[in-house]
Design a protein around this ligand. Structure first.
Ligand SMILES: Cc1ncc(COP(=O)(O)O)c(C=O)c1O
Length: 347
């Protein structure tokens, strides 16, 4: 772990993020003690897990003399918001290559993260799934030809340097738990690319904490995701100079709460968003934290936890992704059928 402090890092987050009790939520569910680790309060743009990854990733971009960051993900991506905000804070331009339903997709109304990308002056290129690779290649070539030094950030920042952000978060969480005199049994969070999970597992194992990390997958495909988390933990351990390896049996992922696809809103996700808001004034979104809260609720209802367990719910951010779901959430709250479940912006 000594090496972690020696890695290049640029400060972007307000740390430590709070670790708060959620007694009303716990009571409403008849569940274990629930603590919320508020990584939605990292302080960059609207906060979120990507700030921690970007502290390590952007330090490398700066070292390489980059003046433009190139990255991308889904049309309403939180990652794109955080990456563009980090680039702007560090005086760089940002090109976002986003997946949309058609090439060049440009909706009438700008909402959620897309509005934030636009306000930050990110150069937005939207392509369908099959064309994305070509757009990346053309963008990098075009920028180099114009004399720029573009830095490519892989989607979600899930490479060993990015993973370091969550090894560090685990250290932070542990010291807060010691200070509060709590022993954490489980740590549950939303898992997409698996970088957050890889960092948490690596930190928990390296420090022999006994904390069981649970990932709630935001799209179906538990097996594929398990394999990629194992790979990422092992690569990251090597990057840190740790003699440590994990196997698939050490990675716990539930994909039952994802629904039929990424970003598709289900009754369970809507219930989770509503319940967190009603009990704790805590805002989630139907893509990520709504899924991990649905998993927490589901696991409590099926008796997975013991009454005296302590479960930490990692709030990974994504608040800006809440608003584009206003129509189905209104309908759910009023007990009416949702007008749509698969978002019109999804690619
Ligand atoms: C709010 C939120 N939570 C969780 C995740 C998942 O993180 P990871 O890609 O590291 O699995 C993301 C990734 O986009 C996110 O935006």
């Amino acid at each position: 772990m000594m090496k972690l402090c020696a890695l290049p890092r640029v400060r972007l987050a307000n740390l430590p993020t709070p670790l708060q009790e959620a007694p009303n939520l716990s009571k409403a569910l008849g569940g274990p003690r629930i603590l919320v680790k508020r990584d939605d309060l990292t302080g960059l743009a609207f906060g979120g897990n990507k700030t921690r990854k970007l502290e390590f990733l952007m330090a490398n971009a700066l070292r390489e003399g980059a003046d433009v960051v190139v990255t991308g993900a889904g049309f309403q991506s939180n990652w794109c918001t955080q990456a563009a905000a980090a680039a702007r804070r560090l005086g760089m331009r940002c090109v976002l290559i986003k997946r949309g339903p058609v090439d060049g997709y440009d909706p009438e109304e700008y909402d959620g993260n897309h509005l934030l990308h636009f306000l930050m002056g990110a150069e937005i290129r939207v392509a369908t799934r099959g064309n994305i690779r070509r757009v990346y290649e053309e963008t990098m070539e075009e920028l180099r030809e114009k004399g720029h030094h573009p830095y490519l950030l892989s989607a979600a920042g899930s490479t060993p340097p990015g993973v370091m952000g969550y090894v560090n978060a685990l250290l932070e969480l542990l010291s807060q738990a010691v200070e509060m005199g709590v022993k954490i049994d489980y740590l549950i969070h939303a898992s997409g690319s698996g970088g957050t999970m890889a960092g948490l597992i690596l930190g928990a194992k390296a420090l022999n904490t006994g904390i069981k990390v649970i990932g709630a997958a935001v799209s179906p495909g538990r097996e594929r995701m398990t394999k990629s988390v194992v790979e990422l933990v092992n690569e990251s351990a090597e990057y840190l100079g740790l003699d440590l390896k994990v196997g698939e049996d050490e990675v716990t992922i539930y994909d039952e709460y994802a629904g039929p696809g990424y970003g598709v809103i289900t009754d369970e996700k809507a219930e989770a968003v509503k319940l967190a808001a009603e009990t704790e004034g805590l805002f989630l979104d139907p893509v990520y934290t709504g899924t991990s809260m649905a998993a927490l609720i589901g696991l409590i209802r099926e008796g997975f936890f013991k009454k005296d367990d302590t479960v930490v719910f990692l709030h990974t951010g994504g608040s800006a992704a809440l608003f584009p779901y206003k129509a189905p959430l209104k309908a759910y709250g009023l007990g009416r059928p949702m007008p749509w479940r698969k978002p019109p912006w999804s690619g």
